[in-house]
Design a protein around this ligand. Structure first.
Ligand SMILES: O=c1ccn([C@@H]2O[C@H](COP(=O)(O)O)[C@@H](O)[C@H]2O)c(=O)[nH]1
Length: 280
């Protein structure tokens, strides 16, 4: 297996050629029902593989939400493994949304799960929670750098509850999220064209209120079902438009099971995002 180029370089190329859209694969029980599928392994397989087949040739990034596969146990994980492999084979990058966070020694195991080439769930990047301290992510940051993979660190999340932790004051007087963003920027120092350590910044926020110049990608979930729209992006990400990777799950997935419906919904969001960010 030839070594991968740095994740930031691969993501930059994918966003430039395919457009800045990340489609989440979130097999909610309600979506399975809407698609006429059972809330079981057969339904999970049909749903997941339909999404991958319909969209893998056009989206820059798929973001499978691990929780929706884990709830089916080992057979759900097997579906996730297949989905990751098929997505990557078809040229889409895979960001595993697992939001792992733990002490450093356990973080090593999480890193090996998602970021070590040859692992069954090997992905291009993974979401991590830094709220056990940014330094607890070190094993994942190092493994990612060694293998051309990436991490997205939770900064300011899209849910309203996040503020009580993320906007709390850190010892230096700034916010906790600001502290994380500065450490992300330090990881990405000097990287060209884009660093491999991203930040999660919810598109639902009224304002970021933090310096988003982290020289890495900014994953922006919250568009669609959570109420944000592409029109919210320019205000929130002023000066960082070319690094924003908006993520949409339910608002695209709800257009299935017809593959043409899924493609039309993804294309509509991609066009809307490009137009809003001026990256068309
Ligand atoms: O701040 C965050 C971080 C992650 N998410 C995840 O993104 C999707 C959103 O799904 P929608 O259906 O588009 O609302 C989901 O997997 C979340 O766990 C987030 O929403 N906010």
């Amino acid at each position: 297996m030839s070594p991968l180029a740095p994740f930031g370089t691969r993501l930059r190329a994918a966003m430039d050629t395919r457009g800045p859209l990340c489609v989440g694969i979130d097999p909610h029980a309600s979506l399975l029902a809407d698609w006429g599928l059972g809330d079981d392994i057969a339904g999970l397989e049909r749903f997941t593989y339909t999404v991958v087949e319909a969209l893998a040739d056009r989206v820059a990034v798929f973001k499978p939400q691990s929780a929706f596969f884990e709830r089916f146990g080992s057979r759900g994980i097997a579906v996730l493994e297949t989905a990751v492999a098929r997505s990557r084979e078809a040229g889409a990058l895979v960001l595993m949304d697992a939001k792992r966070g733990d002490i450093g020694s356990t973080m090593t195991a999480y890193a090996e799960t998602y970021l070590r080439p040859g692992a069954p769930l090997f992905s291009d990047a993974v979401t991590l929670s830094p709220y056990l301290g940014f330094g607890s992510l070190r094993p994942a940051l190092d493994l990612a750098a060694a293998h051309g993979t990436g991490v997205f660190v939770l900064g300011l999340t899209s849910n309203p509850e996040g503020v009580e932790v993320q906007r709390a004051r850190a010892a230096d007087g700034g916010s906790v999220a600001g502290l994380m963003l500065r450490q992300i920027a330090a990881e990405n120092a000097g990287a060209r064209p884009l660093g491999s350590v991203g930040a999660v910044i919810g598109a639902t926020l009224a304002e970021a209120g933090e310096d988003l110049a982290v020289n890495g990608p900014l994953l922006a979930p919250g568009i669609g079902a959570q109420g944000a729209t592409p029109a919210d992006l320019p205000r929130l990400f002023a000066g960082a438009a070319d690094r924003v990777l908006p993520a949409v799950s339910r608002a695209v997935l709800g257009a299935g099971p017809d593959p043409a419906g899924l493609r039309a919904a993804a294309d509509r969001y991609a066009d809307g995002i490009r137009a809003a960010l001026g990256t068309a």
